[in-house]
Write a protein that binds this ligand. Structure first.
Ligand code: GLP
Length: 241
């Protein structure tokens, strides 16, 4: 894993969006894996701004989001579908049939997981996957203990994740108990991965990631086996490395 240390959040989002914009503008066909949470918000802001100013086109881009809550409608402001539309897709020229997010409202969630995994395979896999990390080391919604060979599946969210994410909801009881997420194996098949780690809150988990052995209790640790991972972290996240 290569680590790029940047000064602060602004620099982290600048560096990340530059990498994405370069790939988007230099390719004729590209599949991006996208993440939600607070960390990538500034990256999406930069992509919106770049589209306004430079008209970088996304007509040839497909996107696959990492995860989605089970039971939240697309119009629910806390759904990841809504988040992506508001923060990015409504502001760029990507055709809507090239946007893919797991459907957390599907009648049969198992079939939805297979459909999603199959679709990623069909397009030839993800070229560039953007990742955040949970305070417990989760990637996507792959909580500690998730099998490294897992593909897209339904997960029961850890209480710590529900608590961490409750800041976006009115209260904890509104936070869904389950989600659909790409599996660890799905993520590992991506050709290139960028892991964003920002702020003091993530300093401990970044320290653990750098020092602990690869094990399923720390889902992100598997990234050490991937041939093309770049961690972009700010000085606060790096403070106890
Ligand atoms: C959420 C998402 C993850 C994200 C993580 C960190 O639970 N499912 O994909 O990486 O939490 O979020 P944040 O960037 O808000 O710290």
């Amino acid at each position: 894993m290569k680590i790029i240390e940047v000064e602060d959040y602004k620099a982290l989002t600048k560096k990340t969006s530059e990498i994405i914009i370069e790939r988007v503008s230099q390719s004729t066909s590209l599949t991006l894996g996208l993440a939600t949470g607070s960390t990538p918000l500034g990256v999406y802001e930069n992509l919106r701004e770049d589209f306004l100013n430079n008209k970088t086109s996304y007509q040839h881009v497909q996107t696959f989001n990492l995860d989605e809550y089970v039971g939240l409608h697309k119009e629910n402001p806390n759904s990841y579908y809504y988040y992506m539309r508001e923060n990015l897709f409504n502001h760029i020229d990507i055709p809507s049939d090239q946007i893919h997010i797991p459907n957390g409202m599907a009648e049969d969630l198992e079939i939805e997981c297979q459909r999603y995994e199959g679709l990623i395979e069909q397009v030839g896999g993800i070229d560039l996957q953007l990742l955040g990390i949970g305070v417990n080391g989760h990637i996507g919604f792959n909580e500690p203990g998730t099998a490294f060979d897992s593909t897209t599946h339904v997960v029961k969210l850890a209480e710590s994740t529900r608590r961490a994410n409750s800041r976006f909801f009115h209260d904890l009881s509104e936070v869904p108990t389950h989600a659909i997420t790409m599996g660890i194996a799905t993520i590992m098949k991506s050709k290139q991965i960028i892991l964003l780690v920002y702020g003091l809150k993530k300093a401990q988990i970044l320290h653990d990631l750098m020092t602990k052995e690869i094990n399923e209790e720390l889902p992100a640790s598997i990234l050490k086996k991937h041939p093309n991972v770049t961690i972009i972290a700010d000085a606060k996240a790096m403070s106890i490395i």
